[in-house]
Design a protein around this ligand. Structure first.
Ligand SMILES: [Fe+2]
Length: 249
């Protein structure tokens, strides 16, 4: 979350700097300085492609309603933020931080989530599509089964709404894998942290199909994890992972 705050501060600083330059030289053009407008990224598969593990009804509502709402609210908050920067309205800028954190987090998390799922019958849904990642999983947890148990325990330990992630943590030249849980829509954006795959543990992700059977949802999600995407994220950089966000602006 610190990175989002830093990004917002950098964005605000950029606007302040540019606004000052513009006011010194020519009338300020607000439209040209308005915050970028994010759009809902298309799913890389049909709404029913993850059945029977995740129903088409859940996927359609989750993508077209829930994710869309995060995008809509993020755009509104960023637009107000840009106006508040232009008018040097510091209290409004500060008051918007929670909305920007929550809705930007929701947009980031869901954009990554859709990409790290795949139809169960596809080659991407097989761990053999991620030889390097699976090798490091085995060296970290002993074997795949132990990793899945640890991941499941972390997911089921989340109180309220949140997410569970497998993360590559880079410290200098060293790297390691870690299981991380986050609250609400907090994204994994810390320096040196590369999210590999995540599982949405909000009730809207499973309740219509699994009701209170959260453990069954966690068991079945393994059938639709996109290991090919996971391998690419594991071998790539943090910037590579977040490139997809720029394509939805
Ligand atoms: Fe969600």
């Amino acid at each position: 979350m610190r990175s989002i705050m830093k990004s917002s501060v950098a964005f605000v600083s950029f606007l302040f700097t540019t606004s000052t330059i513009a006011s010194d030289q020519q009338p300020f053009q607000f439209e040209a300085m308005a915050a970028p407008s994010h759009t809902l990224p298309a799913l890389p598969y049909a709404y029913d492609a993850l059945e029977p593990h995740i129903s088409a009804q859940i996927m359609e509502l989750h993508h077209s309603k829930h994710h869309q709402t995060y995008v809509t609210n993020l755009n509104a908050a960023m637009k107000t933020q840009a106006e508040a920067v232009h008018t040097s309205d510091i209290p409004t800028q500060v008051s918007l931080q929670a909305a920007i954190k929550f809705n930007a987090g929701g947009h980031i998390n869901h954009s990554l989530f859709w990409q790290n799922l795949a139809p169960a019958s596809s080659p991407e849904a097989k761990p053999s599509s991620a030889p390097s990642l699976v090798s490091q999983i085995k060296s970290t947890w002993g074997d795949e089964a132990a990793f899945r148990e640890a991941f499941k325990a972390a997911l089921l330990g989340i109180q309220g709404s949140g997410w569970g992630w497998l993360v590559k943590v880079e410290t200098g030249a060293e790297q390691r894998l870690a299981i991380v849980t986050t609250k609400d829509q907090d994204p994994v954006v810390g320096k040196g942290e590369v999210p590999i795959f995540g599982v949405d543990m909000w009730e809207h992700a499973y309740y219509l199909q699994y009701l209170n059977g959260k453990a069954a949802y966690v068991e079945n999600i393994w059938n639709v994890i996109n290991w090919k995407t996971a391998e690419e994220r594991f071998l790539g950089t943090r910037a590579d992972v977040f490139k997809l966000l720029k394509t939805s602006i």
